[in-house]
Ligand binder design. Structure first.
Ligand code: TAP
Length: 505
């Protein structure tokens, strides 16, 4: 695999971009930091390269924020929070701005999808879905500013006692690299709806659509300093943001490993911390299920987003009676997959996000083979320099192997046998993660039993890997703390203040 080469003026042509907005974006010499409504150079002048994972060539040059820059971004957000330039607007006016952001995302949907595809390697239908998700999030949370309220409490007649539901202040949003546009909207839209200001740190590998979103936020008329974007590394920019005394909430999505570091960093200032972390979703197929559907969705369930989704069904538990049928069915589905350039409409699976991820996933495949699992089926990997990994199914896996216990975050599934319902529950729940679980059965009583017995934040029955903006999503066990989406995000980004007024004096 060659080292990525420097960008050039014909970058957009080399990367196959067709959208004029993407060509213009990639034609820039550099990208800057968004601080207090201005696009600024990093104080140190440091930059890093963002790579197209389909070709392993440089896509863009991005500012590398240092301590001074993060402090400046936090100061801008603090100032904007404290003077009320956003939170004191009429709720209906905040709602209007959020709707305007959704309109602009809709206008630039194709641009954003293509930019995301070039940056993270996911196919265009997938990234169009991510942009649509972002649009839906801004529209959904545009409905909230006019509906956030406190309560009056029954109390002594001489007292008037009520609560005020207030914004938290400054939200630090630290994003993962798988689906930046959706992940950023998931935090920015509700934080703004509640009247907060935000400092966003996108993942180093995939900041481009977040920078484009920054332009749209300014175009929508968001006041200066209300959203600030600092591109940079996690151990530096992310760490400073997490421990910063002027940040009131850290909303983090990423790995469980980094989640622990974030919690340690936020402990010093005891700030509210929302952690959306990794998963190892059990996908349990009972013999009474619609097997064809279960096989089709089990395949999609670990290859969607090129296998880089937190809740994908990467542990497939199959009842012994249907084991061979399921293995053959997934094998046929993998053979039909086209792994390749994610801009090509024929492609079903693109490359992994970046070089280290490619190496990591290949190491897990080697580990699975070494541990005695059988590599039952794999799709074909294309020739070329991109970070392509063929979707791979291991059978003869036991739940104690590393490929069954650790999050691989690539298109690799471990197929494990189970004997009966109790065994499926026992093995499925035997994981440090508890993000989601899927169950395939036509038995209604079993479906309800399994929904209660599985120890995970989201349960899918006869479906998999589906979220809804109005339904809370969050992990149990080491998959996270707190939850996002629906009304839960409103609670996460607000605080409750109690007011007592003595009325008879
Ligand atoms: P991570 O490696 O954990 O990185 C996530 C973010 O944290 C990145 O912006 C990263 O910055 C930053 N970071 C790294 N070290 C940090 C530190 N010491 N202090 C502060 N920030 C730090 O995750 P990833 O590889 O981007 O994303 C994949 C992971 O996210 C998977 O585990 C996946 O399951 C999880 N995920 C979970 C969900 C939900 S909703 N539960 C959704 C999507 C993804 P740099 O990358 O720039 O270094």
């Amino acid at each position: 695999m060659p080292t990525p080469t420097p960008t050039s003026s014909d970058a957009s042509a080399r990367h196959g971009a067709t959208e004029p907005g993407v060509i213009a974006f990639l034609g820039r010499e550099e990208n800057r930091l968004l601080i207090d409504g201005q696009w600024r150079q990093p104080r140190s002048g440091a930059r890093f390269s963002v790579v197209n994972p389909a070709s392993a060539t440089v896509l863009a040059s991005v500012a590398d924020a240092g301590e001074d820059d993060v402090n400046a971004a936090v100061a801008a957000a603090r100032g904007a929070a404290d003077d009320g330039r956003w939170s004191h607007l009429r709720p209906a006016d905040r709602a209007r701005t959020l709707n305007r952001i959704a309109d602009l995302l809709e206008r630039d949907c194709e641009l954003l999808a293509q930019l995301e595809t070039l940056n993270n390697g996911m196919t265009l239908p997938t990234t169009r879905g991510l942009v649509q998700y972002a649009i839906d999030l801004f529209r959904y949370y545009a409905g909230w500013p006019t509906k956030i309220h406190g309560a009056t409490n029954p109390n002594e007649p001489s007292l008037f006692n009520y609560t005020l539901r207030e914004p938290m202040g400054v939200v630090g949003a630290i994003l993962p690299w798988n689906g930046s546009i959706g992940a950023s909207a998931m935090k920015i839209a509700p934080a703004l709806a509640c009247g907060n200001t935000v400092v966003v740190k996108p993942a180093e590998h995939t900041p481009l659509t977040v920078l484009k979103l920054g332009e749209l936020l300014l175009e929508a008329g968001l006041p200066d300093g209300v959203v600030n974007i600092v591109t940079g590394s996690g151990p530096l920019a992310g760490q400073i943001l997490s421990s910063h005394p002027d940040v009131d909430v850290i909303a983090f999505t990423g790995s469980t490993h980094v989640g622990r570091q974030i919690q340690a960093a936020t402990a010093g200032t005891l700030k509210r911390t929302i952690l959306e972390l990794g998963g190892k979703t059990p996908n349990i197929i009972f013999p009474d299920a619609d097997i064809d559907k279960a096989v089709q969705m089990a395949t999609l369930g670990f290859t969607f987003m090129n296998g880089q989704g937190c809740a994908l069904g990467t542990r497939i538990f199959v009842h012994a009676a249907i084991h061979d049928q399921v293995v053959e069915g997934i094998g046929r589905a993998l053979q039909a997959m086209r792994v390749g350039n994610p801009l090509d409409p024929e492609t079903t699976v693109g490359p992994l996000g970046f070089r280290a991820q490619y190496d990591r996933v290949n190491a897990y495949i080697a580990d699975g083979k070494g541990a005695g699992a059988r590599l039952a089926h794999a799709a074909r990997r294309p020739e070329g320099d991109g970070y392509f990994v063929a979707p791979t199914l291991f059978t003869d896996v036991t739940n104690d192997m590393r490929i069954a216990r650790e999050e691989i975050f690539g298109p690799v599934a471990a197929l494990i046998r189970f004997e009966d319902e109790d065994d499926a529950v026992l093995q499925g729940n035997n994981s440090e993660y508890g993000l989601a679980a899927a169950v395939w059965t036509r038995d209604l009583s079993r479906a309800h039993r399994m929904a209660r017995r599985m120890n995970a934040g989201t349960i899918w029955i006869n479906m998999i890997a589906s979220l809804d903006i109005s339904c809370p999503f969050g992990g149990f066990k080491q998959s996270g703390i707190g939850s996002e989406l629906g009304p839960d995000s409103i609670l996460s980004y607000t605080r409750n203040k109690a007011v007592f007024i003595q009325c008879d004096s």
